[in-house]
Design a binder for this molecule. Sequence first.
Ligand SMILES: C[S@@+](CC[C@H](N)C(=O)[O-])C[C@H]1O[C@@H](n2cnc3c(N)ncnc32)[C@H](O)[C@@H]1O
Length: 256
Amino acid sequence: MLIFFMTQIVANDMLAELYSYLTTPCSFETRQKGYLRESVAIEARYRRCHHVWSAHLEQTRRAIIVSAEQCKPCRKAVVLGSGSLLDIPVETLAARFDEVCLIDLIHPKVARRRIRSLPNVYLAEADLGGIEVLPFPESDGATLIVSANLLSQLPLSPVAALRRRDAPEDECLALGQVIIETHLARLRATGAHLCLITDITRQRLDHAGNIVMQEDALFDVTLPAIHSEWDWDIAPAPEKEKHHSWRHRVAWVILA
Ligand SMILES: C[S@@+](CC[C@H](N)C(=O)[O-])C[C@H]1O[C@@H](n2cnc3c(N)ncnc32)[C@H](O)[C@@H]1O
């Protein structure tokens, strides 16, 4: 009986993921590069792990609210990497700013539903990666810019594509670094009040909680001052691996 119910739960979960995959609006290129698959997977993992994610999500929301309170004038807030809005206090931003723009490659239906009753919030679909220090889309006139758990994600697909072509590891590292540096330079160039929240390290833990592997999430790019840091238990065992858990160290970074 228990096995029957467990099978039903897993099947329902898989059906929900398939439905999201088929019905979430986004470009062909975004699907082809695997971003939609990743977005659907994040939402599904959130449904399974929300208890252990809640402290991280709350810390991120708190950092954004404090940054918004420090920002004057409150004309326009732009959120980069808004995604499913799990970590974005969008209602608070909408109440404080004249307009709020949410930018991501994908705006899942849960985000679209949430902003329906917020007339001064709008969505923009854009690729925020790249290696040119161009202004961010919709950043003209922005007084607050939030980069929300996006930075470490930007190099993943381009570096994976390079690795598939058997590029040497130092070339992959250099591409990752330039993408990270470019995002930081683009943020600084806006002249807006900035709130940068990002993973800084990824840790693999054994069943006793010992760190057995740690890697830099930012391709060894050194960040300026860190305001505060915390852990995000992103994939407790057996979520990603049967006997190991994954934890990200996340930082709220001061970018002047
Ligand atoms: C870890 S999630 C951030 C979570 C999001 N703030 C939330 O609350 O759901 C990373 C987000 O970055 C977006 N992303 C990754 N690469 C991107 C790119 N090159 N351009 C724009 N968005 C990107 C993903 O679609 C995803 O929504």
